[in-house]
Design a binder for this molecule. Structure first.
Ligand SMILES: [Zn+2]
Length: 252
């Protein structure tokens, strides 16, 4: 069977930079023919034998001017029409079940997607990159990891039961970085997954389609500008089930 499809531009994402005065971005997600899936995890082994490029030692130095362990406090700037290359991605988990979408929740902003995983499930790096943060936050993310990628994105993986990488470690797309868990402010085992640019959250559903285990296109384009209203646009297409469940039982 041939599942190849010609994808088209699907929407415009607007990032409201409320927390960073005077700074805002529009983000347009474009979809294009996708033939970029990292189909075989064994490729990771091959990649690991390659020399570490300067781009991985200092990822996305074209837009970031800092390297700290402060999640939001990134410095730098994004050029207009900045194209984030999504090819070479790997889904962080094979789970297709979303527990909670990006957007307002319980009176505050839920800055990521909650994806059902079980304690001990392998969580993988979404792209090549370098671990910027590897911390524990008992009242929030629990054990969490932030990776900065050469394409300009940062990805965050929260509520892990175990971190198996260290800060400043270079990782490859698909490389195991942690195990699924229920640490921090979490009511059931799941992966809290965020995508950010310059510390500002972007709805991961605009970039990653967990249901179909794919990215939404070959590229994701960031544009300057201010506009509101589309932040959770893609959340419309995902199943906004409640956080409920609370199951931490081992998978049968
Ligand atoms: Zn969450």
């Amino acid at each position: 069977m041939d599942f190849s499809t010609i994808k088209k531009t699907v929407g415009i994402f607007v990032l409201s930079m409320v927390a960073v005065s005077g700074f805002a971005q529009d983000i347009i997600a474009r979809q294009a023919p996708s033939d970029k899936r990292l189909k075989d995890i064994r490729n990771v082994k091959l990649n690991n034998t390659a020399a570490i490029s300067a781009d991985l030692n200092n990822p996305a130095a074209n837009i970031y001017t800092d390297w700290t362990d402060n999640l939001r406090g990134c410095t730098g700037s994004v050029p207009d029409n900045y194209k984030i290359d999504l090819r070479g991605f790997c889904m962080p988990t094979p789970s297709r079940k979303l527990n909670s979408p990006f957007g307002p929740r319980w009176g505050r902003q839920h800055e990521g997607l909650d994806i059902k995983v079980y304690i001990g499930d392998t969580i993988r790096a979404a792209f090549d990159g370098k671990v910027r943060i590897c911390k524990y936050n008992g009242s929030g993310y629990g054990y969490y990891i932030v990776i900065r990628h050469p394409n300009g994105l940062e990805t965050l993986y929260g509520h892990l039961s175990k971190q198996i990488v260290k800060k400043d470690q270079v990782v490859r797309a698909g490389e195991p970085i942690g195990l699924g868990g229920n640490t921090g402010k979490s009511t059931g085992s799941h992966l809290h997954f965020e995508t950010r640019v310059l510390g500002q959250p972007i709805n991961p559903a605009l970039i990653f389609d967990f249901e179909h285990q794919d990215v939404t296109g070959d590229y994701f384009i960031v544009q300057n500008g201010i506009s509101k209203g589309n932040v959770a646009r893609s959340a419309n297409s995902i199943n906004a089930n409640s956080e409920g469940g609370n199951r931490t039982a081992a998978r049968k």
